[in-house]
Design a protein around this ligand. Structure first.
Ligand SMILES: Nc1ncnc2c1ncn2[C@@H]1O[C@H](COP(=O)(O)OP(=O)(O)OP(=O)(O)O)[C@@H](O)[C@H]1O
Ligand SMILES: [Mg+2]
Length: 575
C-alpha cells in the first residue's frame, strides 16, 4: 500500500523547486494566443514545458513515497542505521520499507525470538540461516518441532549456495535419512556426565532431589572416567549396560588393572566399594544390583530409549559423521531434528544432551587460538527451545560470545524459560541484544515482552473548553424596588501537556501484530516494526536440487584415538 502521509513530509523550497515552478508557469503562458498563437502545436509546446517543471515535483514526492504495510499495528520505528556489507538483515521496517540490519559486532551479543505458534518464528529463522549459509558460515539448527519441509528447505538453501555437501542432518525419527551422531564422545568425563544428567529430572527447588541428582551425575562421571582411562569410546548402548549390570562394572575395573592404570583403578574401585555388599551364600563382597538401581534411578531405562530402535540406529556409532566441534570449526551446516511428536520425553532429553554437547564445543573452541576459531560467527538457531532449555544455558551466552558463536533461541512463552527459575530467564533476556517479538499468545508473555521492549517518555495532550451562560429574571415585586433582570456569559479554554513514562509498545498493541510481522528491539533502546521476508524456492529449482539424501562420509575417525567399547561383545562383561 502507498502511504500518502509521506507527502506531508516533503518540504518544497529552494532554488530548484522555484525554478521548476517558474517552468510550469512558463508552460501556461506559452499557450496564451497573444504570445504564441492558438494552434494545437502551441498547446503541445506549452504542455511539454509545463511537464518538465511538473516532473521535478513528481520526482520530489515520489522519492518520499514508499510502499508500506497497512496492518493494525502501528508504531513509530526509529530510523534504521545504514546497511553495511556483512551485516545481518532482519527484515524491512514497516512504513518506510527501509532494510533493518544488525552489525556483526552487535549480532555477537546474541538474539532471541519470542512468539506464539504459527506467527513466523521459523520463517524468521530461515531468513537468518539463509544469509548465514550464503555467506559461507556455519550453522546448527536444533528443531524442536520437526517438519519434513524444514529439511527440504535447508537442503534447498545449501544447494542454492553451492554447499550441498556441507549439510549434515541428524534425524533420529527417520534413520534412513539421517547422518550418524553420538553425543557421548566429545568432552571430558564430567562434561559427558552432566550431559547425561539431562536425562534426570531437574531438581533446583528440591534439596533432596538435588542431592540425588548430583550423586547420580558424580557416579556417571566416575564410570565415564574409567572407560576413558581404559581407552574406550562409549555409546548410549554401552552406558545403558554399565549403569545396570554389576558384571560390566567389574569387567571395567579388571580392564583398568590389566592396562596398568593403577591410580584410576584404585579410584574406580573406591567408587564401586560404595555399592558392594556381602553375599550371604559365598561371603564375598559383590556389587549390589539394587544399590545400582537406587543410585541411578530410572536412568538405565531412559538410556534404553536412545540405544534401541530408530534412535539407536543413528546414535550407536563410535565414528559419527556429525561431530559438533568439527561442524563449528569447518563452518558446516548441522540440522538436528527432535521428533517431539510421539516421543516427547526422549526428544526433549536429546535436545538437552545436544545442548550439552554444544556447550562443551563452545568451551573447546574458546580454548583454541583466535586464528582457529570460526572466522564468520557460527550461528546456533534453537527452535522451540522451550522444550529443551536447561540450566546450562545460563553460562553459555557469555562463553559463546568469546568463542565467536551466536546463539539465537526461539520460544513461545515466558513460561518456557520460567520452568528453571527467574534467574535463567534473566540470563537469556539480559544476554541478548537483538530481541525479536512476534505476537505473543497469552497475557503473561505479552506483559513480559512489553517490559523487555521498555518504556519511553510520551506526551499526553489534554485540551478542554467550557462555555457557560446564566440569566436571571426578577419578579414584579422586586422590579418595583428597582432590581433589574441580569445576564452573564463565560468562556474558558485550557491546553496542557503532561509527560509520562509508558510502554513504548503496550501488551495490547503486541496482540495486533500479524503473521510475519514483529517488533525488533536493538541494544535495548531502538525499536522497529519489521516485516520479515519469507524464503521459498520454486518448483523448477526444487526439481533441479532433487530430494534430500544424506551424504555419508567413508573416512570418519573415532575421536581421540579411543577404541570402541562394544561392551556387549566383551567376554565376561555380561552374564
Ligand atoms: N514473513 C512471513 N511472510 C509470509 N508468511 C509468513 C511469514 N511468517 C509466517 N508466515 C506464515 O505463517 C506460517 C507459520 O510460520 P512459522 O512456521 O514461522 O511459525 P512459527 O512461529 O515457527 O510457529 P511454531 O511455533 O508453531 O513453529 C508459515 O507457514 C507462513 O504461511
Ligand atoms: Mg516454528
Amino acid at each position: 500500500m502507498i502511504d500518502f502521509r509521506d507527502v506531508d513530509d516533503v518540504n518544497f523550497g529552494g532554488a530548484l523547486d522555484a525554478l521548476a515552478l517558474l517552468v510550469v508557469i512558463a508552460g501556461g503562458f506559452a499557450t496564451l494566443p497573444s504570445l504564441y498563437g492558438s494552434t494545437p502545436l502551441a498547446l503541445a509546446f506549452g504542455g511539454a514545458v509545463a511537464a518538465i517543471g511538473g516532473l521535478r515535483f513528481g520526482w520530489r514526492i515520489g522519492a518520499k513515497l514508499r510502499l508500506t504495510h497497512g496492518g493494525d499495528f502501528d508504531i513509530n520505528s526509529h530510523s534504521p542505521p545504514p546497511v553495511e556489507p556483512g551485516d545481518i538483515r532482519l527484515g524491512f521496517v514497516a512504513h518506510s520499507m527501509q532494510e533493518l540490519s544488525v552489525t556483526q559486532k552487535a549480532w555477537k551479543q546474541h538474539a532471541m525470538v519470542v512468539g506464539k505458534s504459527g506467527v513466523g518464528k521459523t520463517v524468521m529463522g530461515s531468513w537468518l540461516m539463509m544469509q548465514q549459509i550464503a555467506a559461507g558460515g556455519g550453522l546448527l539448527w536444533i528443531d524442536g518441532k520437526v517438519d519434513p519441509d524444514n529439511i527440504e528447505m535447508l537442503h534447498h538453501m545449501c544447494c542454492w549456495a553451492g554447499r550441498g555437501d556441507d549439510l549434515l542432518i541428524v534425524n533420529p525419527g527417520t534413520p534412513s535419512e539421517s547422518n550418524s551422531y553420538n553425543p557421548l564422545l566429545a568432552g571430558d568425563a564430567d562434561e559427558i556426565a552432566s550431559r547425561l544428567g539431562a536425562l534426570l529430572p531437574e531438581a533446583a527447588a528440591n534439596a533432596a532431589a538435588d542431592y540425588y541428582r548430583s550423586t547420580a551425575i558424580n557416579a556417571i562421571a566416575s564410570i565415564v572416567a574409567a572407560t576413558r582411562a581404559a581407552g574406550y569410546a562409549i555409546t548410549f548402548e554401552d552406558m545403558g549396560i554399565l549403569l545396570t549390570r554389576p558384571s560390566a562394572l567389574e569387567w571395567l575395573l579388571a580392564e583398568l588393572r590389566k592396562k596398568g592404570r593403577a591410580e584410576q583403578a584404585m579410584q574406580f574401585g573406591l567408587f564401586l566399594d560404595q555399592l558392594r555388599q556381602r553375599d550371604r551364600k559365598t561371603g564375598a563382597d559383590v556389587l549390589d544390583q539394587d544399590g545400582l538401581r537406587k543410585m541411578f534411578g530410572g536412568l538405565g531405562a531412559r538410556l534404553g530409549q536412545f540405544s534401541g530402535g530408530d534412535f539407536g540406529a543413528v546414535m550407536n556409532t563410535y565414528a559419527p559423521e556429525a561431530q559438533m566441534k568439527e561442524v563449528v570449526r569447518q563452518g558446516r551446516v548441522l540440522y538436528l531434528a527432535l521428533p517431539t511428536m510421539g516421543k516427547g520425553e526422549a526428544a526433549s532429553a536429546l535436545g538437552k544432551i545436544v545442548i550439552g554437547d554444544f556447550r562443551s564445543t563452545v568451551a573447546a573452541i574458546q580454548k583454541l587460538p583466535k586464528s582457529e576459531r570460526p572466522q564468520r560467527p557460527f550461528l546456533g538457531f534453537f527452535d522451540e527451545a522451550g522444550s529443551y532449555v536447561t540450566q546450562a544455558w545460563s553460562r553459555m551466552f557469555e562463553q559463546a560470545r568469546s568463542a565467536n558463536l551466536v546463539m539465537c533461541p526461539a520460544f513461545q512463552t515466558k513460561g518456557n524459560l520460567g520452568v528453571l527459575g527467574d534467574e535463567l530467564r534473566g540470563m537469556v533476556s539480559g544476554n541478548t541484544d537483538t530481541k525479536i517479538f512476534f505476537r505473543p499468545g497469552e497475557p503473561e508473555t505479552e506483559a513480559w515482552c512489553a517490559d523487555m521492549i521498555g518504556k519511553e517518555t510520551q506526551a499526553v495532550h489534554t485540551h478542554s473548553e467550557s462555555e457557560g451562560a446564566s440569566a436571571r429574571g426578577v419578579s414584579i415585586h422586586e422590579r418595583g424596588r428597582g432590581v433589574t433582570d441580569s445576564q452573564s456569559a463565560s468562556r474558558s479554554a485550557s491546553h496542557s501537556v503532561t509527560l509520562r513514562k509508558d510502554y513504548a509498545v503496550s501488551a495490547d498493541e503486541l496482540k495486533k501484530l500479524g503473521e510475519g510481522e514483529c517488533v525488533v528491539s536493538l541494544a535495548g533502546h531502538r525499536i522497529y516494526h519489521v516485516l520479515v521476508p519469507r524464503i521459498t524456492f520454486d518448483d523448477d529449482f526444487a526439481e533441479r536440487a532433487g530430494p534430500f539424501r544424506p551424504r555419508h562420509s567413508a573416512d570418519v575417525q573415532t575421536s581421540d584415538g579411543l577404541e570402541p567399547l562394544r561392551i556387549l561383545q566383551r567376554p565376561g562383561a555380561i552374564h
